[in-house]
Design a protein around this ligand. Structure first.
Ligand SMILES: NC(=O)c1ccc[n+]([C@@H]2O[C@H](COP(=O)([O-])OP(=O)(O)OC[C@H]3O[C@@H](n4cnc5c(N)ncnc54)[C@H](OP(=O)(O)O)[C@@H]3O)[C@@H](O)[C@H]2O)c1
Length: 275
């Protein structure tokens, strides 16, 4: 395809204001690609729960970065992703890249449903994002100095959303990534207690990790207006199944992933954790 043809086709970035979508949209725009943000606040609006919004958002689109919200492990998500992929292919989008979660069985069903659309697919299966602590539901706990979770001394290979965005953009702009599944992690396993230590170092304030039961954590989520199903999701993905490093960043990009300490230092410098 010529450079001009590439520039007139639109990439739909679902969740394009979110943690990975925003970074993917910025990178594609910098490369001269046309980008449409797929979200409830996009123009036109795209809502996973309103299938009538899907076709208008797909007008003129040849490739899609598919991120689901709240999570592919939630009931109905895998079916919605499969239905969306069929609509996308019927509208002329041939290239679909799905952001998936490591070790989540339901996410695997979503992957299969997306592949069944007949699209040229790439799957990016991610570990827990570092940016959850600065741009998402763990921001308030970090500001309050206490991260509460039902995960005991489980370890996780936190991955930087900057690395995810680099992999996604590489895959969306080079056909050699078609048919590949990349499993992404950072370079180090950390417990939530280790995370609290790194965040304390980066912020110069004491941040503690408090391990609670699943039931106690459901109450915390309720209090903050977040889906209670996150408690089961965290307990599941942090039961040891993902307690090893994987090398998708290096496979896709030929370089090492960023370390959590670098993320923490850079996030602290933005002032996001200033109280
Ligand atoms: N967070 C992690 O650590 C992690 C790890 C592995 C995999 N994942 C996967 O990543 C995906 C995204 O999760 P995330 O936590 O990173 O969220 P996120 O992308 O930061 O989510 C926010 C984005 O989703 C949009 N959005 C929210 N509700 C929507 C709806 N009903 N329809 C369309 N767009 C909607 C928001 O825009 P509007 O508000 O404008 O709609 C915003 O652009 C999930 O499928 C999850 O399984 C996440």
């Amino acid at each position: 395809m010529t450079q001009n043809a590439q520039n007139t086709q639109i990439t739909l970035v679902i969740g394009g204001t979110g943690k990975t979508g925003r970074r993917v949209a910025e990178r594609l725009t910098a490369l001269g690609r046309q980008v449409r943000i797929g979200s409830r606040s996009g123009e036109p609006a795209f809502d996973w729960n309103e299938p009538a919004t899907w076709e208008p958002a797909l007008e003129g689109v040849d490739r899609v970065y598919v991120t689901y919200y709240p999570d592919l492990a939630f009931p109905g998500a895998a079916e919605q992703v499969g239905d969306f992929a069929k609509v996308a292919v019927a509208k002329g989008a041939r290239r679909l890249l799905l952001l998936s979660g490591r070790g989540e069985e339901a996410a695997g069903v979503a992957e299969d449903n997306l592949k069944a659309s007949g699209a040229d697919w790439t799957i990016v299966r991610s570990s827990f994002f570092a940016q959850n602590f600065s741009e998402s539901f763990f921001l308030d706990p970090v500001l309050a100095g206490e991260i509460t979770l039902p995960t005991g001394d489980a370890v996780e290979a936190f991955v930087d959303a900057e690395d995810i965005a680099d992999v996604v953009v590489a895959a969306l702009t080079d056909d050699k990534h078609i048919g590949k599944t990349y499993e992404l992690s950072g370079p180090r396993l950390l417990s939530f207690s280790d995370v609290a230590t790194e965040l304390s170092k980066a912020t110069g304030r004491e941040i503690k990790y408090v391990s609670v039961t699943n039931e106690e954590y459901r109450a915390v989520l309720r209090e903050h207006g977040l889906p209670e199903d996150f408690a089961d999701l965290f307990t599941m993905i942090l039961d040891g199944r993902n307690a090893h490093l994987v090398n998708g960043v290096e496979e896709a990009l030929g370089r090492k992933p960023r370390d959590f300490a670098d993320y923490a230092r850079e996030a602290a410098a933005t002032g996001v954790w200033n109280v």
